[in-house]
Design a protein around this ligand. Sequence first.
Ligand SMILES: O=C(O)CCC(=O)C(=O)O
Ligand SMILES: [Fe+2]
Length: 377
Amino acid sequence: MEIVKFLGLTFSLSPAEREILRNLSFRAIFRAINNRRKMFAAIVSWRLGGRKEYLRATTVLKNPINRHDNPALASMFKTYYEDGITAIDRIDPQQTTLLLNSVKEVLGDAIHAFDSAKQEDRWVTCVDDRGRHWTYYTLGGQVYIDIPNGDNLSLCGAEYDAQTYTIQRLFEDHPHFQKLLQHPLLLEFCKYANCCDITPNILRVDRRIHASAANVISDAFPHVDDTRGMVKIYLYLNDVDETNAPFAISKGSHHWGWYPKLLELLMVLKIKMYTPDMIRRCGINPFEFYFGKAGTLLGISTNAVHRSTNLEEGKERWTVQLIYYLKDTWRTEKIRNFQDMSLVSRLRETFALPASGVLVRTINTDAYPEVDTRPKK
Ligand SMILES: O=C(O)CCC(=O)C(=O)O
Ligand SMILES: [Fe+2]
C-alpha cells in the first residue's frame, strides 16, 4: 500500500492502482468527462425531442370527468374511459328485426358458399359481381362482408377500389342501416370515443357458428387489433349469452402502462397473441364476457386486449360491426410510464426473451379461463 496525495486529498493505493494513476493524464480525464457529458446531453435531447414528436402525433382519449352536463352520457363516457367498453343503448326490437333480415339478405350468397365449401377452402375472400368483399372462414365458423365508407376509401385498405360496394350503396339498398348510423347515442359515443370523427371506416355484417378449430386459429386468442386507435361498435342482432360468442375483453387494458409504444413493438415482432402468463405479468384484468339481448349496442376500444369465444353447436351469432380507425398512435390520459426506462427489461421478462435473442412463445389455448361475468349497468 502506498499513500498518495492528489488534489489535496490523501489516497491509499495498491501498486497496480498507482500504475494506472501514473498513466492517466489530466487531458485523458477531461476527455472522458467530456464524452460522458456529450453522451448525457444526447440522451436528454433524444428523450425530450422524441417525447415531443410522439406527443404531437398521439391522440389522447380524455378522462370525461365533469366534461358533460348530461348524466346518462357522462356515465357512458366514464365507463368507456375506465373499462374500454360500454353499453350504448338497446335498439328497439322492430328495428333490430329489420336489420337482421337485411343482414341475412346481404350475407345470403356468402353463407351459401360457406355451407358448400370444402374443408380445404378454409379462408376465402372474394369480390362478388356487385363489388362486395365477402370472406368466409370455414375453420373459424365465420362469414362476413366488409363494406367500406366511399368517402374515405383510401383509409380502408388497398383492396378497395372505385368499383367496391360502399356504405352509401348499402344505404340505398337497405335504408335501416342509415337509420342505425344516425342513432343519437351512437353519434354521441363516437364523438367522445373517436375524438369527434363520427364516420365509420368499415361496416361489417357478420355471422358466426360453432367451429371445431375456433380456439386454435382465430381471434379467439387474446389480441389487440391495431397500434392505431381503433373503436368498434357492436350491434348484437340476436340474443347473445355464454353459448353463442359473447365479446370478451380485459377491462381497462387500453390504459396499459407502456402502451402504445409496446404495441408498436409487438407489431414489429409480429406478436399479437398473449398467453395467460403474459397477461398476469402485464398486470391486466382477466377476461369478462359481454352478454346482451338482441338490439344491444356496445362501444368497444379494440386497443384493449380482447378475444372472441366459440359457440355451442347449433347456435349462431349475428352482428353488425362499425369499425373506426384513428390515423395515428393513441393513448389515454391515464397512461403513465409509457416511456419507462425499464421497458426493455419488462419486455424481456414478459415475453421470456432469452439473452440469445431467440423469442420463445408458448400458446396453450386450454389455459384461458372462461370468467362468467355479466356486464355491469
Ligand atoms: O367478434 C368477436 O367476438 C371478437 C372479434 C374481434 O376480435 C374483433 O372484433 O376485433
Ligand atoms: Fe379483435
